[in-house]
Design a protein around this ligand. Sequence first.
Ligand SMILES: [Zn+2]
Length: 303
Amino acid sequence: MSARLAIALLAAACVGSSCLAWGEDGHRIVGALAMERLSPEARASVIELLGNDDLATAGLWADQIRGDASWDWAKPLHYVNLPRDDSVFDAARDCPEGQCVVAAIPRFLAVAADTSRPIAERRDALRFAIHFIGDLHQPLHAGYKDDLGGNRIQVTAFGDIRTNLHALWDSVLIRDRIAGDWQALAQSLRGAITPALAAEWASQADAAAWANESACITRVIYLELPADAKVGADYARSNMPTVERRLSMAGVRLAHAINAAFKVPAAVSGNRSPAPEQDGQVGPADRSVPVNVPSGGVGGAPR
Ligand SMILES: [Zn+2]
């Protein structure tokens, strides 16, 4: 099979009904899109935990604490690694002991909604969940372990920006598009989310499916990266629709996930039912983490 045909087939597989971390701009856009889609009861719970309903800002916290070693246990929870020859998430293979973004999302949402827990723990859990839902929609957060989700692939963008593949998709493409005004892009994306699209995206509420979508796009990203790793206006033009779609999907699904987590049960039934992966711990006790992110030295782009 020719490379071109392989790309076409993969792209087609990604377009269907299901497929189609951003840097600060991306997370802000995802949060802003989600904010206005919160149900009244979810908004009240968010305000109770965060002090406001500013999801655009809340999504940044999980990256802001990265320099603090006491939060190192959370680093593997920003992404998931898959084998290069498989773009279907396998929990036993890809997320042992729940130490990946796919398992972290429902776990943190359940903690955030668990009113028996301390408010500070619930607040942090909510901020993690907001961030991780954004992250998982950045295709390269379902990437490959050997190059750290593209962090080790050096790329030159727009002639003079020396970056790496991960950072290109996290922020360089978005920065080029927004020219300093993330709110304008949020506004434009907001206008393009039809009720039908929102319903379609929200109907897929399983983080494993979001990982599969991202992994599928990731394969295409690698196939389409020019051999000289130089990308410019043409690359941006052909890939920004994917970036924008993933941001929009993340915003819709973030709101949907928060709305579901904080839904008041119809009947009084004691404890809220936990998410499947909830193991009762989100704190530093989750330390049985297979470390697979060497710190620093690879361009510094966080995953
Ligand atoms: Zn992240």
